[in-house]
Write a protein that binds this ligand. Structure first.
Ligand code: UDP
Length: 242
């Protein structure tokens, strides 16, 4: 896979969609103040660069549908999607304490707490300098928040998707294995083909359709998100097939 290490030129995007997994919100305690403060700090770093920022938040800190013993898959997935809304409520609340205008939209109807997904409203809010948080995943069981991120990015015409993880990017193997090689770039096709488990096939396919590139990077290294947005070559750049 060395041949894919010839990185195409990265763009400095103006509208980005950042996918933050549930792990970014907490661990043993589902909503950890330090974890959420860290997210706020990263968002402030991005806003100081004058970028439009939309977020898709995961829910794995609260519940992962496919890993439930008690619930069947569809009930577990519904609960998982509700978990993403809980994270969205928390993030909206905290962003508002900083006087940042926030629009919370959900793919699952939940009137009292969130608006439905509305890409054109989201885009005008972004243009006005606000932040949009998309929750509720795709609204369907058997999907992931990576697919939701791919869909929402297409709907708002984002230039780039940022997938924040706890590893520095994509490796040819499990990064803890000796000989695992870091990939500076890879196409969506190859990423899906090699089944590295970084993003699922459905998400990769949507990204191939929308032709929006993605950077997979270590969200938990302070300042990394702001660096990616400046076009700095960190993480792995995933791009549509040539
Ligand atoms: N989920 C779903 N459909 C979607 C997105 C998410 O059913 O379109 C459910 C699924 O059960 C998943 C849970 O929501 O396990 C939390 O999402 P995810 O695991 O993607 O969160 P993350 O790992 O990003 O925290």
């Amino acid at each position: 896979m060395n041949s894919v290490n010839n990185s195409p030129t990265r763009i400095a995007p103006s509208r980005v969609l950042i996918k933050i997994s549930g792990a970014g919100f907490g661990g043993t305690d589902p909503l950890e103040p330090d974890a959420i403060n860290y997210i706020l700090k990263q968002i402030e770093g991005i806003r100081s660069q004058d970028k439009e920022v939309a977020l898709v938040v995961g829910g794995g800190n609260i519940i992962r549908g496919g890993e439930q013993e008690l619930l069947d898959r569809t009930a577990g997935d519904l609960a998982g999607m509700v978990a993403t809304i809980i994270n969205g409520i928390a993030l909206k609340d905290q962003l508002q304490t900083l006087n940042i205008p926030v629009l919370l939209q959900s793919a699952l109807p939940i009137d009292r707490v969130s608006d439905p997904i509305d890409p054109s409203r989201a885009v005008s809010h972004l243009r006005d300098g606000g932040i949009v948080i998309f929750t509720g995943g795709t609204g369907n069981p058997y999907f992931t928040n990576d697919s939701a991120a791919a869909l929402r990015a297409g709907e708002i015409n984002a230039d780039l998707i940022l997938k924040g993880t706890n590893v520095s990017g994509v490796y040819t193997d499990d990064p803890s294995e000796e000989g695992a090689e870091f990939l500076r770039s890879i196409t969506y096709e190859k990423l899906a083909e090699h089944e590295l488990g970084i993003i699922d096939l459905a998400a990769a396919n949507i990204c191939r359709e929308t032709e929006i590139p993605m950077v997979i990077y270590d969200f938990f290294r302070d300042g990394s998100t702001a660096e990616v947005l400046k076009g700095k070559e960190i993480g792995t750049y995933v791009y549509p097939d040539e």
